[in-house]
Ligand binder design. Structure first.
Ligand SMILES: [Zn+2]
Length: 187
C-alpha cells in the first residue's frame, strides 16, 4: 500500500461522519459490562488489517499487557500508561521524530496506535479524534475510558510543541462511542 494518504483520506471522512452523528446524539443510558478478555484480545481492525495482515497479533499482545495492568490495578494502569505515553512523546519531539503537529497522525499510523484526525485547532484548545484505536476499538462499553497511553502521548506532544495543557479523553469505545476523542486545553 504505497499511497497511504489517498487511502486514509476517504476513511477519515467516513469516520468523521460517525463522530458528528454521535456528537449530535443526546446521551442515552448506556449499558455497561465487564471487559471480556476474549473479546478484548481478539479484534480485527479493518484499516490496519489491510495495512498488515498480522495486525490482530500486535493488538492482542498490546491488549494482553493492558488488560493485565487493568486487572492488577486500574488506577496504577492509568498512571503508568499515561506517563509512558507522555514520556515517549517528549522523547520523540526531542529526537526530532516529531517536529510538528502534522507528524502526530504519521507516528500513530506507523506505530499502529490508530488513525488520528485533528478536528479542531485553535490557540487555546484542540480536539483530536482517534479511529481504530489499539486500546479500545470495538469493545463493548465498560463505563470508563481506556486510552491512557494515547492520551499521555497526545499531551506530551502538545506540551513539547506548544505548551502545558490538560488532555482528556472525552469519547471512547469504553464509554459507548465508536471512536476516541481527546480534548486538549492549553493553560
Ligand atoms: Zn478510547
Amino acid at each position: 500500500m504505497e499511497d497511504i494518504a489517498s487511502y486514509v483520506e476517504p476513511l477519515l471522512k467516513k469516520w468523521r461522519e460517525v463522530y458528528k452523528e454521535e456528537k449530535r446524539k443526546k446521551p442515552e443510558k448506556t449499558e455497561y459490562s465487564e471487559l471480556d478478555p476474549l473479546m478484548y484480545f481478539n479484534v480485527k481492525r479493518p484499516f490496519f488489517v489491510k495495512l498488515s495482515p498480522e495486525d490482530p497479533t500486535y493488538v492482542r499482545t498490546f491488549r494482553m499487557i493492558s488488560y493485565g495492568m487493568l486487572k492488577y490495578s486500574p488506577s496504577m494502569r492509568t498512571l503508568i500508561l499515561r506517563g509512558a505515553g507522555y514520556n515517549l512523546a517528549r522523547k520523540l519531539v526531542e529526537t526530532n521524530e516529531i517536529r510538528s503537529i502534522d507528524d502526530l497522525p504519521r507516528v500513530f499510523l506507523k506505530q499502529k496506535l490508530g488513525l488520528v484526525d485533528i478536528i479542531e485547532e485553535s490557540f487555546n484548545r484542540m480536539k483530536v479524534n482517534l479511529y481504530e484505536c489499539i486500546s479500545c476499538y470495538s469493545i463493548k462499553p465498560v463505563g470508563r475510558t481506556l486510552c491512557d497511553f494515547e492520551a499521555g502521548f497526545i499531551q506530551g506532544v502538545m506540551e513539547a510543541l506548544i505548551g502545558k495543557n490538560i488532555t482528556r479523553e472525552v469519547y471512547c469505545w469504553g464509554l459507548g462511542n465508536h471512536f476516541c476523542g481527546f480534548e486538549v486545553v492549553f493553560e
